[in-house]
Write a protein of this length. Structure first.
Ligand SMILES: *Cc1c(COP(=O)(O)O)cnc(C)c1O
Length: 367
């Protein structure tokens, strides 16, 4: 028998979440962001649920090859553009659209020998100070690109640093709009947080653009947790991590649990030992109190996460025993949901990191 732990990717939930992004941005086309192997879900496993997107956005050229190998003929966008000159040959061969965020990429394009001009997305650094041309240098970059025979259409792009928080997008949006006012071309601005919070059904005036770029929302995690949870945005978990109890212990008052004896029982209690640890991608920074579902019933982890196991309080599930289902995040057989965002928060991180860190040793199925 393999170790009783596995993950499940929910095709219907991916479809549902993608439809939610469309609902929030009804006039825009939707890039499904599938970087980092579809946020840990697996590009091949997520594809069926996401094939209704207008395009796929990612970073790695080898991931672009995998999307083409699945038969996808529509747009693919390289969100960081090319890294070296020969990447441009692959862009030509696979018909990839690519971001241009720096002078070095323009120079590579200018030196590239191709019959077929390429579509590029010119990225502005509107305040995040990660990738992109400053507003002052943006127009000159556009003019240089526009003069290149290697370049076909130029689209305009920026990325928000605070779409999920109190600072919001107002300032960056004003910078972007002022610097691009009279430039032609399609616009792409919004990640998940901006798509949901500044879209139809969001709080403010909807922001219009030609393409939105939702990632995390498509996988069913709330981009602005804990201000809003996945249920608020009507998102469904696209990944479930399930294991089983492989043992139980009866504790008396004063007994401790696990490495470092960080948990001490107040009185008599039963705990279950779960076949999931940090080597499976469960965050080691989670500690006593982290929510977990046993047989669909919410309870808590106790003690430290170890490499291959965690321990859980069985007080609310007295019938649980060897072989009982444990849901680390996602959907239990009963239909009960444990949002990945709550587990992430307990571990001092975000749902993104947990999805992406699902370990290779965990077998993954699709339903
Ligand atoms: C990752 C990424 C996104 C998607 O972000 P989410 O927060 O997951 O929606 C959008 N745009 C760019 C440029 C990205 O790198």
């Amino acid at each position: 028998m393999p170790r009783p732990i596995h993950a499940t990717i929910h095709t219907e939930s991916l479809r549902h979440n993608l439809a939610r992004a469309r609902q929030a941005a009804p006039d825009a086309r939707v890039w499904a962001v599938v970087k980092a192997n579809a946020y840990g879900h697996g590009i091949e496993r997520a594809f069926e649920g996401l094939r209704g997107a207008d395009g796929f956005a990612l970073l790695d050229l080898n991931e672009a090859e995998r999307v083409r190998a699945l038969g996808w003929r529509g747009p693919i966008l390289l969100l960081e553009g090319v890294f070296e000159p020969r990447d441009l040959e692959l862009c030509s061969r696979l018909d990839l659209w690519h971001t241009v965020h720096c002078d070095e990429q323009i120079a590579m394009l200018a030196a590239h020998k191709t019959q077929v001009p390429q579509r590029v997305f010119l990225k502005m650094n509107s305040g995040m100070n990660r990738l992109g041309f400053t507003p002052q240098r943006y127009r000159a970059a556009w003019t240089r690109l526009n003069a290149l025979p290697q370049v076909d259409e130029i689209s305009l792009m920026t990325h928000f640093s605070d779409a999920d928080g109190a600072r919001g997008i107002t300032q960056q949006l004003a910078v972007f709009n002022a610097a691009t006012r009279d430039l032609p071309g399609e616009r792409t601005l919004s990640n998940s947080a901006a798509t949901l919070r500044y879209g139809e059904g969001g709080d403010g005036e909807p922001l219009h653009s030609d393409w939105v770029r939702p990632g995390i929302a498509v996988y069913g995690s709330a981009p602005d947790f804990p201000e809003h949870d996945a249920a608020h945005w009507n998102l469904q978990p696209a990944m479930t991590l399930t294991a089983k109890l492989i043992g139980t212990q009866q504790l008396a008052a004063g007994d401790t649990v696990g490495y470092g004896s960080t948990f001490t029982a107040d009185g008599a209690m039963r705990i279950g030992i779960v076949a999931c640890g940090y080597a499976d991608g469960y965050p080691r920074h989670c500690s006593t109190g982290t929510p977990v579902l046993v047989n669909g019933v919410r309870t808590r982890m106790v003690g430290r996460v170890s490499m291959d196991m965690i321990m859980v309080d069985l007080t609310p599930v007295p019938d649980a025993g060897f072989g009982t289902e444990v849901t680390l995040w996602g959907r239990a057989l009963s239909g009960a949901v444990l949002p990945i965002d709550e587990v992430a928060q307990a571990g001092g991180t975000v749902g993104y990191e947990l999805m992406c860190a699902l370990a290779l040793r965990v077998p993954v199925g699709v339903e």
